[in-house]
Design a protein around this ligand. Structure first.
Ligand code: GLU
Length: 545
């Protein structure tokens, strides 16, 4: 038995046999052109829009080729409770209908044969591959541990032994079986490091599916494959998982480009075929001072995918906005196909933008306004109730108890309009939008209180519930005419001093009495929604205040 194999057996006496692992993960039988993609979140209890962007691209690449999209939790660097992290991610994916074909559900059950879909449950697999590398002399155990003070050997590693010409002085790189055995007999924990074959003089080329050919310095670091608690950092875990789980395209953020040379050396050392990387551009934002910066969890509420749910944006508006960021051709397609679902828009890798997209909420709002403008009033009401049940329960109760009123309001300037208004972009703003439906005006501001009060008294006296906009207008005109207002605008313009105001003024007074505002949608619809009793109450109360 060679020395390396002896070391490997000493370090990992109980590791599973690699062949057994390979049997458990058969090659996927895929039709030509089908892509297997994945979303591999680290559990942070949060879903950044950039991560969602990546998941959305991966999902589409798989769906557009009848392939497979799966979710794998990369929880080896993060101590967070996996269940809590899964909840956040699955809530977002479900709400936006970006559903994986394979994943581990909240109860821990794997759906798909390539699981477990959570890395912390795959430690035996990583161990087996680490053993293989040690047995082949491509990796070595490292017994250095963190020590306090200047002589911290782990720090020394980074500053000294990791340097290309200092590897010789690495205290662990070339230990003999006997030396290693002493450490093991001493029960010392060990990490496993790659024994890089490079000395810092080599360069490599690799192909990124979005950015094309990239040339970079080859890896020349003995980086850690397994930490001394047996847990692998990202590089080692992803190389093994993406290979065993049959990923065909790794879509990940472009911040990973700089570590790709490490990953390439690792794939080679493991004897795996190289994998296709597709580094997607990150999403930027124009900051307050006009500078371009990455959209960040700390500064931008819209970085958190839950923001769009909380604000009640139509889900399709967010997806369509992201499609716009992925490929500007989407906008043209949307204009040509105004009525089909976004999922009919098929894009491939070559269509993904190479330029970092800039997030612009105004654009998102425009898309959302168009989508909401197309909804019928009743649907808008139902969406509003559903949203409120989740985010504002008191509001939900009000909406349910006053269903008829709110449906009427939602239908206003919408159901029978050829060009419905386009000023609502999320459900949260509806409460403010229909403020007059929630409370009677508490303050009345008019230039001439006496004229106002006299007119409202007259209006109240003769008030009848109108059946149409025309009927309402005819009536208010009649009352205004009988009470010193000009019903002919030309006459009014010639001799304004002879009148209390024109008909527009009279309508404005009625509106102020009922809603507290000078302008808004046709008053007939508001009266119709509020109902006779409430309208009369408001007229009375306006006279009092
Ligand atoms: N767990 C990594 C992250 O959240 C995933 C990177 C990848 O997709 O390979 O950044």
């Amino acid at each position: 038995m060679n020395e390396y194999q002896k070391i490997a057996d000493l370090l990992f006496p109980n590791a599973i046999n690699i062949e057994k692992i390979k049997e458990k993960y058969p090659r996927r039988k895929l039709q030509e052109g089908c892509q297997v993609t994945r979303y591999a979140p680290s559990p942070t209890g949060f879903m950044h829009i950039g991560n969602f962007f990546q998941a959305f691209i991966s999902y589409n690449l798989a769906k557009n080729t009848n392939g497979v999209f799966y979710v794998r939790f990369e929880d080896t660097d993060n101590k967070r409770e996996i269940k809590e992290a899964k909840e956040v991610i699955y809530q977002i994916l479900e709400e936006f209908s970006i559903l994986p074909d394979e994943y581990q559900s909240l109860d821990g059950e794997d759906h798909g044969i390539y699981g477990p879909y959570v890395q912390s449950q795959r430690l035996d697999i990583y161990k087996a591959f680490a053993k293989k590398l040690v047995a082949e002399g491509k990796a070595f155990p490292c017994f250095c541990k963190k020590t306090e003070g200047k002589e911290d050997v782990l720090k020394l590693r980074e500053t000294k032994f990791e340097q290309d010409d200092e590897k010789e002085y690495d205290p662990c790189r070339n230990l003999s079986f006997e030396e290693i055995k002493k450490h093991i007999d001493n029960n010392e924990p060990f990490a496993i490091r790659l024994k890089t074959k490079n000395d810092g003089s080599q360069r490599i080329k690799f192909y990124d599916l979005i950015k094309g050919e990239i040339e970079a310095k080859a890896n020349s670091k003995d980086f850690v494959l397994l930490k001394n608690d047996g847990v692998p950092p990202y590089a080692f875990a992803h190389a093994i998982d993406d290979t065993l789980m049959g990923t065909t395209i790794v879509v990940r953020g472009e911040e990973y480009i700089s570590s790709t040379p490490m990953h390439i050396e690792l794939f080679e050392a493991l004897g795996f075929s190289p994998i296709c990387y597709c580094h997607n551009p990150l999403i930027w934002k124009i900051g307050e001072s006009g500078n371009k910066r990455k959209i960040s969890k700390r500064n931008d509420p819209e970085a958190d995918m839950r923001f769009y749910l909380r604000e009640g944006y139509p889900k399709e508006s967010v997806l369509e906005y992201l499609l716009n960021l992925i490929n500007s051709g989407f906008e043209i397609w949307r204009k040509e196909n105004p009525d089909v679902n976004w999922s009919d828009y098929k894009f491939g890798i070559k269509d993904i933008t190479t330029i970092a997209p800039v997030f612009d909420i105004v654009k998102l709002n425009d898309i959302a306004k168009n989508i909401i403008a197309k909804e019928k009033g009743e649907q808008l009401y139902l969406n509003w109730v559903d949203w409120a049940k989740e985010y504002d329960i008191a509001l939900a109760n009000t909406l349910i108890q006053n269903k008829e009123k709110f449906i009427k309001l939602c239908k206003m300037e919408r159901d029978e309009c050829i060009k419905p208004r386009k000023d609502i972009y999320n459900l949260k703003m509806l409460k403010e939008y229909f403020f007059y439906a929630f409370e009677r005006p508490s303050q009345i501001e008019v230039e001439n209180k006496t004229i106002f009060v006299d007119f409202i008294k007259a209006y109240l006296k003769e008030f009848i519930m109108p059946n149409s906009n025309q009927e309402w207008f005819d009536k208010i005109k009649e009352i205004a005419g009988n009470n010193g207002f000009a019903i002919d605008n030309k006459l009014y313009k010639l001799n304004p001093e002879q009148f209390k105001g024109n008909i527009a003024k009279a309508c404005e007074y009625a509106r102020i009495a009922i809603t507290g505002q000078k302008s808004g949608p046709s008053l007939f619809y508001i009266i119709d929604a509020l109902g006779e009793k409430e309208t009369i109450e408001r007229l009375k109360s306006a006279i009092e205040i």
